[in-house]
Design a protein around this ligand. Sequence first.
Ligand code: FSX
Ligand code: SF4
Length: 315
Amino acid sequence: MQITRRSFLKYCTTAAAALGLGPGELAGLRRALANPTAPQVLWLQGSGCSGCSISLLNYISPTPPSDAADVFIRSLNLLYHPTLSAGAGEAVVRALRQAKDYFLVIEGGVPTAFEGHACAPWSEAGREVTFQAAVKEYAAPARQVICVGTCAAFGGVSAMGANPAQTQKVSAILGRKTINVPGCPPHPNWIMATLAPLLQGKTVAVDDLGRPTSIFGGEMCRRCSFHHAGEARQYGVNGQCLQDLGCQGRSADAPCPTMKWNQGVNWCVAAGAPCQGCVLPEYPNTSSRGRRGGPGGRGPGGPRGRSRQRPPGAQ
Ligand code: FSX
Ligand code: SF4
């Protein structure tokens, strides 16, 4: 039986997780087997649903890194990921304390009510460390802070409505701009297309919302094959424009119509669901946009095809 290096790495990680090895042991495996010069990545999760990480786990590419295992084992020198790392507790905290040269990836919003104690990722010396405190502490020395998902980038569903936990976007906590990869969740290709150049020491051009311009920009409607296909007046009618049903295609500027999801299988509108504008700062409160007569609608104030406008105060 032939064992490739890749399958051996996969086996080691699976075995390590099954055995509950701590970060010290995993670091040992990495030292022995993975690229020792790979940049480090520290991933923190706050108020969200973990869907952003799940989305990245669906990453598949014809070129290396070819899947999530390739990403996490051979492409990233992953210091810690709350969902994926085998280690937990004090061993993790000790490992994080030794982190020096790393990129900080943040997933989820930052709850600030109750002095931040609505979200406490770990304890140290018998005291809860709030996510708010962890974000501030680990962002300070980080090479870059990358917000993965609309919750971290703009607040998203974690900050919607009455928001009793007073959840905020990461940039509001840090008082400075972050690199943002929005989406609820973001497409795995968007995450990789942002992390890959950064980890190779390249700069990533971003727009006024902190989003990579290589990914975001350009009205979605112009790339949508249903744009001139007649207007659907009810759900369940395939192959028609869904703008009158609340589609946010005129406001959202993600490449979903061309890139599609699930390895190019489909995307929201082609599946009969109006785009909810999950990449927008207003998400999930985007319903006032894009409807007939609304600020981005086709009625007065927003004829189809006109450039979209952001409401005053939007980030
Ligand atoms: Fe938010 Fe991430 Fe939406 Fe979920 O944790 S961007 S709720 S898909 O996954 O932060
Ligand atoms: Fe998000 Fe709209 Fe793309 Fe669907 S089509 S993933 S709601 S930006």
